[in-house]
Write a protein that binds this ligand. Structure first.
Ligand SMILES: [Zn+2]
Length: 142
């Protein structure tokens, strides 16, 4: 009895669909045998999964590249404006250098000011506690 049900189910046909694999080379159109079916065949499903993973890796890589670049720009500014290990500068200087200080890899707290520090890899930024137009660049202690 249950076998009969299975057979009748597997023989069920659904309206024609378009394969969700962007690079499908099996004619794109197919008749699904299951209502959940998204691809014309298992290999198309696999291809689409690989494409998704590749895109994700790529965007993660691009994001990290961008963060490394910000870190590097902060290091240049730090070395230029630092006085006895302390570095503060006007925000518009960062805008001029196209540094987006909202991006970071880790949040920290400055125990002296009790304020948030947005860390990249070696450098981080903090809103100046007294002047909203200024920021402080911190260097991670070695
Ligand atoms: Zn396909």
């Amino acid at each position: 009895m249950s076998t009969c049900t299975y057979i009748s189910r597997s023989k069920r046909r659904y309206p024609e669909r378009i394969c969700k694999n962007k690079n499908c080379n099996h004619g794109k159109r197919y008749i699904p045998t299951d209502f959940r079916q998204e691809y014309c065949c298992p290999s198309c499903g696999e291809d689409a999964g690989n494409d998704r993973r590749r895109e994700l890796n790529n965007s993660t890589f691009q994001h990290e590249k961008q963060l490394r670049l910000i870190d590097k720009k902060l290091s240049v500014l730090f070395n230029k404006y630092e006085i006895n290990g302390y570095c503060q500068l006007q925000k518009n200087l960062l805008q001029h250098e196209v540094i987006d200080i909202s991006l970071g890899v880790q949040q920290g707290i400055n125990t002296l000011t009790k304020q948030k520090v947005n860390w990249l890899y070696e450098y981080g930024t903090e809103q100046h506690p007294e002047n909203k137009d200024w920021i402080i660049i911190h260097k991670k202690p070695k």
